[in-house]
Design a protein around this ligand. Structure first.
Ligand code: ATP
Ligand code: MN
Length: 478
């Protein structure tokens, strides 16, 4: 007798009437006869039929929602509606009991807030198991894309000694005794006595390190955890999130846009082709939610339509300057409906503006480029106008910024000037400057927040619901 997953049993590759064995968790037990069993391998349950005459009553009582059970029996064509095959059980063993009174995941609708508090069990629901299978598929698709396109996977360090990028938003890493840290003559904490002999933090981005690898291996990408101690309690920010950062030598900004667009389309296409069941389930869930809303707030597209819309359409490329003109003349700006009114060139765009451009004005994914230098990072390539940099952000419907990238400043003198202007000591980034001293070249890259991609692909509206155990201000449970 062979052991199978539910996914294998339902795939119809198994000869009917063969003897099979399966282990999983009880979703429901109906009429003392029908067990809906799920093992996480697929959204669907397998129905296991137990003839109660053949089993001990005490055993049947232990088949409760949430219990782990082991079943052996014959795989037969199903008599009932809703499933192709079912198991006629001739052996049932309860591996782990579950108390039906206290088991949090009852067979009914739970709020996402409640499930967040039970994040250790929420993947036993259809919605969260579907989201997390999609998260897994998307990470695979990302590695697959880069692998097939000649990129090397680079592991950037998680502990970093440079705080050039994240001033004020970093988590300190220390092994000093917090009760009586060593002090220097000025009475401040003496980090030269700390584990690394200097101040260290958790990384906010692997980009600077990835650049060193691009300038030797050519095409590289990172895919790892990043940390930001920003106190923004939004539905799109986490304190710990995963970021994908490709970096490519000899690639300019238009090349960077081409790469980002092709990459985003490719990973979304992958899940459209390989994760139909989960996507259809999430799509239906969203449509049901939508029906409860007033007409005006309903989404014009279903989830799958939205994903296809991205894979089938060109991203609209618009300069920051054009975008500002559009926003300045927009209805919500004139009627002061925006929280932040746009009146001057140079303003930083907020999520409300990004979403207006994507969802109202262009109605497609947008790549904004050539931003004012002073609202972007120091390492971005200065344009000849002296006031804009070769930055690009990709904006998606429902999300706003999903990708941020740039062509990097490859000229040593310009880079030094920009660092001096914001007081980054050259000693701190000597190795980064070295790249501009020894064989410098045009190069570019971008950062994609993985959870923002998972939000887009699953239609989930809170970033806390697309990562297993979210870390946010005041919350690091589990
Ligand atoms: P935002 O304006 O949304 O805060 P950012 O400009 O700080 O984004 P970047 O520094 O360009 O973002 O980081 C690259 C990508 O990482 C962003 O496009 C976004 O997808 C993602 N990202 C940034 N901060 C967070 C966060 N706190 N939680 C989850 N994803 C994030
Ligand atoms: Mn930010």
């Amino acid at each position: 007798m062979k052991s199978y997953t539910v996914s294998e049993l339902l795939s119809q590759h198994i000869t009917p009437n063969s003897e099979v064995e399966i282990k999983g968790w009880v979703r429901t037990f109906r009429a003392n006869r029908f067990i809906a069993l799920n093992d996480g391998s697929t959204l669907n349950n397998i129905q296991c039929v137990v003839d109660f005459e053949n089993f001990d009553e005490a055993l049947l009582k232990r088949i409760t929602t949430g219990a782990a059970i082991h079943i052996k029996g014959d795989l037969v064509e199903s008599q009932g509606k809703g499933q192709s095959v079912e198991i006629q059980a001739n052996f049932v063993d309860v591996l782990g009991d579950s108390d039906p009174e206290t088991y949090p995941i009852q067979p009914k609708k739970h709020s996402f807030e409640f499930l967040r508090e039970n994040a250790h069990l929420r993947t036993r629901t259809n919605t969260f198991s579907a989201v997390m299978r999609l998260r897994s598929a998307l990470s695979f698709a990302i590695h697959k894309y880069f692998n097939e396109n000649g990129f090397y996977y680079m592991h950037a360090p998680i502990i970093t000694g440079s705080d050039a990028e994240g001033a004020g938003e970093m988590f300190r890493v220390t092994s000093l005794d917090s009760k009586k840290p060593p002090l220097n003559e000025a009475g401040e904490v003496d980090y030269s006595k700390d584990f690394f002999g200097k101040e260290t933090n958790l990384t906010v981005s692997g980009q600077l390190e990835a650049e060193t690898y691009a300038m030797s291996l050519g095409k590289v990408y990172t895919f790892g955890p990043t940390f930001r101690a920003e106190n923004s309690n939004t539905s799109r920010h986490l304190a710990e999130f995963w970021m994908i950062e490709p970096e490519v030598a000899f690639m300019d900004l238009p090349g960077n846009m081409d790469l980002a667009e092709d990459f985003m389309k490719s990973v979304i296409k992958y899940v459209l082709e390989n994760n139909k069941e989960d996507l259809e389930f999430l799509d239906k869930r969203l449509q049901d939610e939508d029906k409860k809303k007033p007409q005006a707030e309903r989404s014009p597209m279903t989830l799958i339509e939205k994903l296809k819309f991205v894979t089938d359409n060109n991203f609209k490329r618009v300069s920051y300057t054009e975008a500002i003109d559009i926003l300045r003349n927009s209805k919500p700006n004139k009627k002061k409906k925006f929280k932040y009114i746009i009146d001057e060139w140079g303003a930083d765009l907020q999520s409300e503006h990004e979403r207006y451009l994507v969802e109202k004005h262009f109605n497609c994914p947008v790549i904004l480029f050539d931003y004012p230098a002073n609202i972007k990072a120091f390492y971005m390539r200065l344009n000849d106008d002296g006031k804009t940099v070769r930055a690009m952000d990709i904006l998606f419907p429902g999300i706003g910024e999903i990708v941020g990238g740039a062509q990097r400043e490859e000229r040593l003198d310009v880079l030094k000037e920009k660092m001096a202007a914001i007081n980054i000591p050259e000693e701190e980034l000597w190795w980064y400057l070295d790249l501009r001293k020894f064989g410098t070249a045009v190069h570019s890259g971008f950062g994609l927040g993985f959870e923002r991609l998972v939000m887009f692909a699953t239609g989930m509206s809170n970033i806390r619901d697309v990562i297993p155990f979210p870390r946010t201000p005041q919350n690091a449970e589990f």
